[in-house]
Ligand binder design. Structure first.
Ligand code: PMP
Length: 427
């Protein structure tokens, strides 16, 4: 077996430099089960980070479904197969009745790429609006939307960015309705700006939970004025559910349901196959048919029988183990725990999130709400050394990102809270 230093060298030689790796002291993981991971030395870690193994690492139900289907048949969607039809029927039943068809892909990036093209097919226009701290994937088209690594040659003339909502420092200085109106005003300005170009306005794409932006605490209805502005301009609303989907936020199965809106197109990924690569785009039949008329579209691996078996097993386990309900109970408990820690540690400026996607914003000065990204880095590295894996994210890169597999328990949450308390006391 490779030592960690040996593996690091081979990785860099064979996979190239600058390939992202978590932690100052990287973790070499060899096994996972439920909410636990084990490294090459047999050390156990509590996984507070990974949302892809949605129903738990290596869940036996999903493993069995994949193995059974892989041993029976795996091919593509140009043959008839009942697996994809059964899955899409079950999947679309969780949405508003207007969202009744789907295309399956292999990744969230592909799903967003398809969504943008769907909006183009429907509107005949290409202008797109996203937030200025988002991430929607890695294809040429969707990487135009991400602001962390600007594209070579700059953003295309068809892209506009609006300020990502920050509930701790709300636009216009006030929470509630004025904040929602301020966000909608930015969207309106972006629409008007696109309408002055040959691109015109096609779609607004948002993660309705604004996960990568730092999961701001927004009331249901926050997005309503922006959605109204989009519809008034004849544009489409695309909701990226790669992060908040499949019950993650506890109160609702989908982030847009929690936000109180019905989008035109929804994109899915990460947790959908518990680690098996499957993504998807859900839309009304007219929208989907307009896309197929304009572009045909075929995805060699998307919607294959093994992927559909994995995704179906995820829905089974979510239901049978009542994991959405678990997200409410454990998430509430953990957030209350973080709020108690905030009374003890001045570095915790703001606690927020929903269900099993939550965290604390770390600040250098609570009064000035001055972000402390450097402290967040030290905290997550310290937690890693103590056997707890978590991350950080947000507009200021100072919010702890706690987003564990859904079978996370109250005991798991208490273990994480105790380690965080200890880390903040020492750092
Ligand atoms: N949308 C969002 C909101 C994401 O967070 C990500 C991945 N982090 C993607 C899309 C892209 O998904 P994938 O990596 O499967 O292409």
């Amino acid at each position: 077996m490779s030592t960690t230093s040996d593996l690091l060298l081979r990785r860099e030689r064979l996979l190239g430099r600058n390939m992202a790796l978590f932690y100052e002291d990287p973790v070499h993981i060899v096994r996972g089960e439920g909410v636990w991971l084990w490294d090459a030395d047999g050390r156990r870690y509590l996984d507070c980070y990974n949302n892809v193994p949605h129903v738990g690492h290596c869940h036996p139900r999903v493993v069995e479904a994949i193995a059974r289907q892989a041993a029976t048949l795996n091919t593509h969607t140009r043959y008839l197969h009942v697996g994809i039809v059964d899955y899409v029927e079950r999947l679309t039943a969780t949405f508003d009745a207007s969202l009744d068809t789907a295309i399956l892909t292999c990744t969230g990036s592909e799903a967003n790429d398809v969504a943008l093209r769907m909006a183009e097919a429907v509107t005949g226009r290409t202008g797109v609006i996203a937030t200025d701290h988002t991430y929607h994937g890695n294809t040429t088209a969707v990487s135009q939307l991400s602001t962390r690594m600007p594209p070579v040659g700059g953003y295309g003339g068809h892209v506009r960015h609006v300020p990502a909502p920050d509930s701790y420092r709300p636009l216009g200085g006030m929470p509630g309705a004025p904040f929602a109106e301020a966000f909608a005003n930015e969207v309106e300005k972006a629409i008007a700006s696109l309408q002055e170009t040959p691109h015109g306005f096609s779609a607004l794409i948002v993660d309705p939970f604004f996960a990568n932006e730092g999961f701001p605490d927004l009331p249901s209805g926050f997005l309503a004025p922006a959605v109204a502005a989009v519809r008034k301009a004849g544009g489409l609303v695309i909701c990226d559910e790669v992060q908040p989907g499949f019950g993650r936020t506890g109160s609702h199965f989908w982030g847009h349901q929690r936000a109180g809106i019905v989008p035109d197109i929804v994109t899915l990924g990460k947790p959908m196959g518990n680690g098996h690569p499957i993504g998807g785009v859900v839309a009304g039949a007219d929208t989907l048919n307009a896309f197929r008329r304009a572009f045909r579209y075929f995805n060699t691996f998307g919607g294959n029988p093994v992927s559909c078996a994995a995704a179906m097993a995820v829905l089974d386990v979510l239901e049978e183990e009542r994991l959405q309900e678990n997200a409410v109970v454990v998430g509430d408990h953990a957030r209350k725990g973080l709020e108690s820690l905030a009374q003890k540690h001045g570095a915790i400026g703001n606690v927020r999130g929903s269900g099993l996607f939550f965290g604390a914003e770390l600040v250098a000065d609570r009064k000035g709400r001055v972000p402390d990204a450097e402290l967040a880095t030290r905290v997550i590295n310290d937690m890693r050394r103590n056997g707890i894996l978590m991350g950080k994210l947000g507009i200021h890169q100072n919010a702890t990102k706690i987003r564990p597999p859904m079978p996370f328990t109250i005991e798991n949450a208490d273990m994480m809270l105790a380690a965080l308390d200890d880390a903040l006391s020492r750092l």
